[in-house]
Design a protein around this ligand. Structure first.
Ligand SMILES: Cc1cc2nc3c(=O)[nH]c(=O)nc-3n(C[C@H](O)[C@H](O)[C@H](O)COP(=O)(O)OP(=O)(O)OC[C@H]3O[C@@H](n4cnc5c(N)ncnc54)[C@H](O)[C@@H]3O)c2cc1C
Length: 372
């Protein structure tokens, strides 16, 4: 079966990865081509990479279910990738834990209650403990005095770009990612393949994992065929500090801002949530000020850090739920988008589910809520 995957973000990479796993294909003969335009604003490249859905205030209902399941899938995926002995590149993943911090004890009580309730039956959450400001500062030295913390042992951080590359690297070499802008070719209510430049590529199935650009891709299907997704701009800064930050926990002040360490003395602080941004990918003074102000309020020691990079990503934001679905009216078409602010957490699992949907196999998680 010839399958074209459009999009090389975390979702597209995970679809390709899973289409190469015998437990998903059941031994079926599958050939995959990934096509990626690498748009400026690709969310996977800009994403902070926090995998810690459990204390979330905003996630609810079927979105939360997928978010929690996505975090639960990480240990399996990481173990599989680590076992790919012949490819020795970094996966960009580390289980560093998270510190939820607040000046108000009742905020930490509520975060603890939510986390423990959601941790039931989920060993990946690990220990959930209250720690003093002194203990928290021994783990994240830039945290300001006076705030206590809730430590969540199982939280992790991931470099989305490295993880996507690692998944694509684990597929056969001739499934290479082809750079270019793909257009669907449609005949008699069936997608027959894609056009890239002046080349036409035929396919039995096309999977659209085009993130915030998904509705542009669906235009050839005609009016009224769009799905629930809009770009939401996020600006995020990378700073360099004079310390080894590789094992620092993710710092999550109650609210939407956060700080996390990576290798090479890097601290990532983010991020804006600019709903109705359209496809604007400019770095703006207001956006930078907002992110820096929040970061300095919780970690004043960052004032002396060097700004080394600003990234801008367009989150594929749904007003309702993500879409993980075969198209009900158009043959040969599967769509996966709308993962919003939790897409690096859910993306690997969603890629698996989309691979199963594409092969008409029973998905390993109930996807009925995300069907078109
Ligand atoms: C600032 C920021 C911080 C974030 N932090 C976190 C976090 O801490 N934790 C978390 O879980 N999530 C986070 N996210 C969310 C997460 O990054 C996204 O939800 C996720 O990366 C979306 O992945 P995707 O594969 O659907 O889309 P994308 O990564 O955007 O990939 C879509 C790809 O499709 C390609 N494409 C589109 N149209 C075409 C076409 N016609 N032809 C060829 N290619 C095409 C694009 O070029 C792009 O490469 C964050 C996002 C942002 C912006």
């Amino acid at each position: 079966m010839q399958i074209v995957v459009i999009g090389g973000g975390i979702v597209g990479a995970s679809i390709a990865y899973h289409l190469n796993r015998p437990e998903i294909t059941g031994g079926a003969d599958v050939d995959v081509l990934v096509i990626d335009r690498a748009h400026r604003g690709q969310a996977t490249l800009a994403g902070a990479g926090i995998v810690c859905p459990w204390p979330s205030i905003t996630a609810t209902g079927a979105y939360l279910d997928l978010y929690l399941a996505g975090a639960g899938y990480y240990p399996t995926l990481i173990a599989e990738l680590a076992a790919e002995e012949y490819r020795q590149r970094s996966i960009g993943y580390r289980r560093v834990g998270a510190l939820v911090v607040s000046d108000h004890e009742e905020d930490l009580d509520a975060a603890q209650e939510r986390t423990l309730r959601r941790a039931a039956g989920r060993p990946e959450v690990g220990a959930v403990t209250r720690i003093t400001n002194r203990e928290a500062r021994s783990q994240f030295p830039l945290l300001r005095p006076g705030v206590d913390a809730l430590r969540i042992e199982g939280a992790a951080r991931v470099d989305g770009r490295l993880l996507a590359h690692a998944m694509l690297d684990a597929t056969p070499e001739d499934w290479l990612v082809r750079p270019g802008l793909a257009e669907l070719t449609v005949d008699d209510n069936r997608v027959t393949g894609v056009r890239v430049g002046d080349e036409t590529i035929e396919a039995d199935q096309v999977v659209v994992a085009g993130g915030a650009w998904t509705n542009e891709l669906l235009e050839p299907l005609g009016p009224g065929m769009s799905v629930d997704v809009e770009p939401q701009k996020g600006q995020i800064l990378h700073l360099r500090v004079d310390a080894d930050t590789s094992t620092w926990p993710v710092l999550m002040p109650v609210g939407l801002q956060y700080l996390l360490g990576f290798e090479d003395s890097r601290v990532v602080v983010g991020a804006t949530r600019e709903t109705d941004s359209g496809f604007d990918t400019r770095v703006t003074a207001g956006g930078q000020a907002q992110v820096l102000e929040a970061a300095l309020a919780i970690a004043p020691g960052l004032a002396d850090a060097e700004i080394i990079e600003t990234r801008v990503g367009l989150r594929p934001l749904a007003s309702g739920l993500p879409t993980l679905s075969r198209h009900p009216e158009v043959g040969g078409l599967v769509i996966g988008t709308g993962l919003g602010a939790g897409g690096l957490t859910m993306g690997p699992l969603c890629g698996r589910l989309l691979a199963e949907i594409t092969l008409d196999r029973q998905p390993s998680f109930d996807v009925s809520a995300y069907r078109l």
